[in-house]
Design a binder for this molecule. Structure first.
Ligand SMILES: Cc1cc2nc3c(=O)[nH]c(=O)nc-3n(C[C@H](O)[C@H](O)[C@H](O)COP(=O)(O)O)c2cc1C
Length: 271
């Protein structure tokens, strides 16, 4: 099989999923892939059209051990005429949950054939200096791993004569108990919306432009509590550091996250 073009589709408020997907595409040596960035709301409004490129690479961050809820409609509307797809989960070193299995089901229902899947680690959205979680990831080594995964995919594709022969097995994943117990959007229970400290903010509006939910009021800079995903892209992108991550139950959250973050997880690759 020959692959000359690729659609690289991702949602990435704090940029780690994007970095991993770019590295995979680089490893696959695809000239000028078509990048479809689903991070801003406008990109998710219209239904996705047929993917006509030779291959798609689809990556999402893990939210509460699943695909972020807001992506389901767009992902379910993707269509493919039996094209190969690589599916990728990027998570904050706590757990990748059931995301690869969910992505496999959604993409296969859309007519794709999953030829490779991987989960990689990115700095956790809730990471702070006091409670660092997967700080600085993906590291150069993680990106090397992602490029290497891209090279493996390229080699694998060259051995495929007929996509019908391919049947990729991803080990069945289970939701951890805590993810089953906690209600949807539980991040809102543990963290506040990051308000702007107006003694530091210069009103540049970068947070308003980058918010994946358009949840920040352009004049008051206040955040709609119910819309905010707690992705903290507004905190991480603020050059003046006018917004901060504030835990609601600091001791509990930092203890749980620190305990789950003890072991530095490694990328998983299925091919
Ligand atoms: C609401 C929310 C829930 C999250 N849930 C998990 C999780 O269950 N497991 C985990 O390891 N990381 C979790 N994370 C962390 C992200 O998966 C991680 O930081 C990822 O690298 C972010 O991707 P991005 O930089 O492309 O936005 C969560 C982040 C957010 C905002």
């Amino acid at each position: 099989m020959i692959v000359n073009s690729a659609a690289v589709i991702y949602f990435s408020p704090t940029g780690t999923t994007k970095k991993i997907l770019y590295a995979i595409a680089e490893g696959m040596c695809i000239d000028s892939p078509k990048y479809i960035d689903l991070t801003l709301p406008n990109a998710r409004i219209s239904n996705a059209s047929m993917i006509n490129e030779d291959i798609a690479i689809i990556g999402v961050p893990v939210y509460e051990e699943r695909i972020p809820k807001i992506l389901y409609p767009f992902l379910a509307s993707l269509k493919s005429n039996n094209k190969p797809v690589v599916i990728v989960a990027v998570y904050g070193n706590i757990g990748d949950g059931i995301v690869l299995n969910e992505l496999k089901t959604i993409t296969e229902n859309s007519g794709f054939k999953v030829i490779a899947a991987g989960s990689f680690i990115g700095e956790h959205s809730f990471s702070t200096k006091e409670v660092p979680i997967a700080e600085g990831r993906p590291t150069q080594n993680d990106l090397r791993e992602a490029r290497n995964f891209g090279q493996m995919i390229r080699k694998r594709i060259e051995t495929i004569d007929d996509l019908k022969e391919i049947s990729l097995t991803i080990p069945p994943e289970k939701l951890p108990l805590i993810a089953k117990i906690l209600p949807e959007n539980s991040a809102r229970m543990f963290t506040k919306t990051p308000y702007a400290d107006m003694s530091i903010c210069n009103g540049c509006g970068v947070c308003v432009k980058l918010c994946p939910m358009s949840a920040i009021h352009k004049d008051t800079l206040e955040i709609d509590e119910n819309q905010c995903l707690r992705c903290f892209c507004c905190v991480k992108e603020c050059r003046r550091k006018a917004r901060k991550i504030i835990y609601k139950k600091k001791l509990f959250v930092s203890l749980v996250l620190t305990a789950k973050n003890k072991e530095e997880k490694k990328p998983k690759k299925y091919i």
